[in-house]
Each structure stands twice: as C-alpha cells, then as structure tokens.
Design a binder for this molecule. Structure first.
Ligand SMILES: Nc1nc2c(ncn2[C@@H]2O[C@H](COP(=O)(O)OP(=O)(O)O)[C@@H](O)[C@H]2O)c(=O)[nH]1
Ligand SMILES: [Mg+2]
Length: 264
C-alpha cells in the first residue's frame, strides 16, 4: 500500500536566527512522532539576511528538507506556490518560530484522514487553547476576529493561526480562488472553504508568542481590512460559485464541527 505523503511548508523571511534550530526540531519531531513520509519545504522570498544560505545548507544536510525560493515577496504567495507544486497527499504549513506546540501536528493531520475534514486549522481561541501572548497582539487579534465574524458570519474560531493543513484535493479546488499573496491568504482560504461547504476542523493549540515578528501593524492592518472588504464584495457577487466535487461539498456544515469543543 502506498505510504501517505505529508508536506510541511515553512514560509520564511529574514529568519537567520531561528531557521536552523526550528528545522532540526521539526525534522526530529516528524521522524519520531509521525508514521508518514514527510517533506519539509522552506519557502523563502526576498530575505536579505543569511536565510537563503542557511536553508541551502539544511536542504543538503537533511534528505527530507528542500528549499523553494521566490523572487517576489509575500507569505501567502510562498505557501500557495509550494502547495501547488508539492506531490504530497496532505499539505500543511507552520510558522518558523514554532509558536504552536508541535504536539498538535499529528491530530491536525489525523482530522483530514479519519475525521473527514478537508481543511484543518490550529486555533488559539477555543476553550481548550492555551496561549501566552502580549496584550497588544491579543487585542489586535480580538479586533480582527470581531471584524471577520461581523463581515462573514463565520464559525471559524481563529483564521490567522500559522498552523494549517489541507487535503491535496481541496487545495486543488480552493487555491485558484484565493487571491491574496500576503497575510490575508489564511483568512481568505478558510472563509471561501466554509462558504463552499468544506468541512473545517478547528483544533485548540498551545501557542507561545515569539516577539520577533515580521508583521508591521500599520501597513499590514490596512492591507488586511482592504482585503477583507474585497473578499466580502466577491462573496456577495457569487464569484466563487459552487463546489462541484461530491466529496467535499455540503454534507457536513462547518458549524457542526466548530467552533467550540471539537478536537483533542
Ligand atoms: N516566505 C515568506 N515568509 C514570510 C513573509 N513574511 C513573514 N513570513 C513568515 O511567516 C511566518 C510568520 O511570521 P511571524 O513574523 O512569526 O508572524 P507573527 O507570529 O504573526 O508575528 C514566519 O515563518 C515568517 O518568517 C514573507 O514575505 N515571505
Ligand atoms: Mg510568529
């Protein structure tokens, strides 16, 4: 029988300090805790520090690690490119700082295999989630999610957690619909998936904030608000249509599996 193949994409931008230690830790974790074949793909675009050279070294050292470099910037662009080109059955990504406790990774993948979900996301906002974060980011996150809820009436509990997985089939259907190439890609993917009836798994995670952040609050918040309104306009115009695949369409409304109390 063919062994399941799991992709873990790590988007990076100027991450020379954390990259090597994180990849070492992740590679060790996947080897000892997951019984599937795994690839780790470092997705670097536009880093101006030693990230590229470190990533090249890591890809030579670990057979399961490869590097994808893009000339244009954008976290969403990098993740989408790797997911589109990967041959894995399950595609996932996580932030290089490993803010989300890796113990959540096996259940994230399992939810797509035995749970019948098409998309899975870590959540810092469920009753079983445990987070350690500064007041400023916690407040911004609260405002962001209030806005997402108000605009889309969604059941997604935490659209922006950097810890997600998707089946290859769902990625093939959804990625062409996701326009954003930056930070909003996560929210856009989940909102469109939910609207089209895909089953989404919200997994409570333990999350420790890494203060070393690439987010520029003013610039990125403005782009996010603009993007959210674009997404709402597109939804109102029926731009995304109906999912044609019988497997992934409506049988399980997202609300049945989220937002509270589901998971491990
Ligand atoms: N490829 C790529 N990765 C990025 C870009 N911007 C941020 N990242 C990565 O996205 C992940 C999350 O960034 P981080 O600064 O930790 O965000 P925060 O946790 O929300 O403060 C990290 O792995 C970053 O290196 C980008 O433009 N391109
Ligand atoms: Mg971070």
């Amino acid at each position: 029988m063919k062994q399941l193949f799991v992709n873990v994409t790590i988007p990076v931008y100027n991450e020379e300090k954390e990259l090597a230690a994180s990849i070492r830790k992740l590679a060790e974790f996947l080897k000892t805790r997951l019984c599937y074949r795994c690839e780790i793909v470092i997705a670097n675009n536009g880093s101006t520090d030693a990230t590229q050279a470190i990533a090249e070294g890591l890809s030579r050292r670990y057979p399961e690690v490869r590097l994808v470099s893009l000339p244009q910037s954008g976290r969403g662009r990098a993740i989408k490119k790797v997911w589109r080109e990967s041959r894995a059955d399950i595609l996932s990504y996580m932030d290089v700082d490993l803010s989300t406790d890796l113990d959540a990774f096996p259940p994230l993948i399992e939810s797509l295999l035995s749970g019948g979900c098409a998309v899975a996301t870590g959540s810092r906002r469920l009753s079983k989630s445990r987070t350690n974060r500064g007041l400023g980011r916690a407040f911004l996150s609260l405002c962001y999610h209030a806005m997402v809820k108000a605009l889309f009436h969604t059941h997604i509990s935490d659209a922006q957690c950097g810890f997600k997985a998707i089946t290859r089939k769902a990625a093939g259907e959804l990625l062409p619909l996701v326009a954003d190439d930056g930070w909003l890609m996560d929210t856009e993917l989940l909102v469109i998936a939910e609207r089209l009836g895909y089953r989404i798994f919200n997994l409570p995670v333990r999350w420790v904030e890494d203060r070393d952040s690439r987010v520029k609050v003013g610039r990125d918040a403005f782009a996010a608000v603009k993007g959210l309104f674009r997404l709402r306009r597109n939804l109102a115009r029926g731009k995304y249509g109906q999912v044609r695949s019988a497997n992934s369409a409506v049988p399980y409304p997202t609300s049945e599996v989220s937002p509270r109390g589901v998971g491990v």
